[in-house]
Design a protein around this ligand. Structure first.
Ligand code: PLP
Length: 445
């Protein structure tokens, strides 16, 4: 049989896959297909080499196909493909829990594995409600998120999340949530390099007011990202997270910090808890835990949370929750390999050493056409372009496409472009990203 490579056949071939968070019709009219990747680059089906300026989707912090991770997955598949996750274990999942817990401050030393950031968020929210109930405070069920926050796409995550498009059809289905305003005021913070040194107390007074409104006895947890990643890389002012910790603690409210993006090096530290010197009650991670090679996430909890469940349940299952693929052997093997690479190659330290250069480079885009704001922290940055009247997101998408045509892949969310270099990037890669974005900005109408 001869192969039919006609445009009609190819277009037809694209139809069955309903793509996530993608304008399907636009994509299928002009597809971008990655066939292979290595190191800092993707290679498309047309043979074009594309610099990955978004670490996959905030997940491939070590770049693509690191030989140690590839080897670990192969070896694991040969040895143990799957182990029943309920009532059974396998060595690597216990080992990885220790390696991960060791990187978080204080008592954050128990790790519940899941398969994604969304599952990690929903798991953490359920833990918070159950924890209070087991302590005899069953009225604490309310969950507080933040405007412009992203905690994945499960019902829990979208309920506390604050991205309007993700919520508008179903975000109110989990009753008993509320949202804090987002601690970013463009009038005071636009073009800030790193964290703005402005007064955070107005945000704390708002939190106190929300607590007073509902009464602390009804609130289980506050959940926030250290910086809003999917919302466009918006960085709260200095001391925000520390003060949030103070206020939540004062009222017996758990603080959940969503480190799905910041976990494992993005800030040039092991995690945001370490970077900001804050000890949350629960932290969620995913993505770079194993360099995005096999789906995996986790909720990491303080000793008091774990002990709360253990002590309240004399016998039997302490937490009726879990997934078939929790702690999957392939994911755990990839995780151990990735964690070894982070350590052996000094990747967090390298990222920290590049953060200043990256900051200067990205802020050099100030003054380019359409640019109305630039923000950065660690090896993450957001560039906002002015929207076109009546066409929200059109200019952001155009800059994204024009940048891609320069051989560099960033992410656009509406008018916000996000850049998340692979953590082993050097000056050459950073220069290449910024040059391509500059050209993209100049080329956009
Ligand atoms: N939480 C945060 C902060 C995220 O950035 C993301 C994804 O980008 C998620 C949760 C959801 O993760 P996943 O897509 O693995 O479900």
């Amino acid at each position: 049989m001869t192969q039919d490579n006609s445009v009609e056949r190819r277009n037809d071939w694209l139809q069955s896959y309903w793509m996530p968070f993608t304008p399907n019709k636009a994509f299928k009219a002009a597809p971008r297909i990655y066939e292979r990747a290595e190191g800092h680059y993707y290679y498309t089906s047309e043979g074009t080499k594309i610099l990955d300026a978004f670490s996959g989707l905030w997940c491939c912090n070590l770049g693509h196909r690191h030989p140690k991770i590839v080897e670990a997955i192969k070896a694991q598949a040969e040895e143990l493909d799957y182990a029943n996750a309920f009532n059974f274990g396998h060595p690597k999942v216990f080992e990885l829990a220790n390696v991960v817990a060791d990187q978080f401050p204080g008592d954050l030393n128990h790790v519940f594995f899941v398969n994604s950031g969304s599952e990690a968020a929903d798991t953490a929210l359920k833990m918070a409600i159950a924890y209070h109930r087991l302590r005899g405070e069953g009225s604490r069920t309310r969950l507080i998120g933040r405007v412009n926050g992203y905690h994945g796409v499960g019902f829990g995550g979208i309920s506390v999340g604050g991205m309007v498009n993700n919520r508008k059809f179903f975000g109110s289905l989990l009753p008993g949530t509320d949202h804090l305003s987002f601690p970013y005021d463009p009038a005071a913070q636009a073009f800030t390099q790193g964290e703005a040194e402005i007064d955070v107390e107005p945000y704390m007074r708002e939190l106190e007011n929300v607590i007073a409104l509902h009464d602390a006895s009804t609130i289980a947890a506050v959940i926030v990202e250290p910086f809003a990643g999917s919302g466009g890389v918006f960085v709260p002012p200095k001391n925000y997270l520390k003060r949030l910790r103070d206020v939540t603690k004062k009222h017996g409210i758990l603080l959940i910090v969503d480190e799905v993006i910041t976990g494992f090096g993005r800030l040039g530290a092991a995690n945001a808890a370490t970077y900001f010197d804050v000890e949350p009650d629960i932290v969620t991670v995913a993505k770079a835990i194993n360099n995005g090679a096999v789906p995996m996430g986790a909720a990491i909890v303080g000793k008091h949370i774990y002990d709360g469940f253990m002590d309240a349940t004399p016998a039997g299952v302490e937490f009726f929750h879990g997934y078939t693929y929790s702690g999957h052997p392939l994911a755990a093997a990839a995780g151990l390999a990735a964690q070894e690479v982070f350590r052996e190659e000094g990747v967090y330290e390298h990222a920290a050493s590049m953060a200043g250069y990256f900051q200067e480079a990205v802020h050099s885009l100030k003054g380019e056409p359409h640019v109305v704001d630039i923000r950065n922290i660690g090896l993450a940055a957001g560039v906002t372009v002015e929207g076109r009247d009546g066409a929200p997101g059109a200019r952001g998408n155009e800059v994204f496409v024009k940048t891609y045509e320069q051989g560099v892949s960033v992410r656009a969310n509406g008018e916000h472009l996000a850049i998340a270099p692979i953590l082993t990037s050097g000056k050459a890669e950073i220069d290449m990203m910024i040059d391509a974005i500059r050209t993209g900005l100049r080329a956009a109408a």
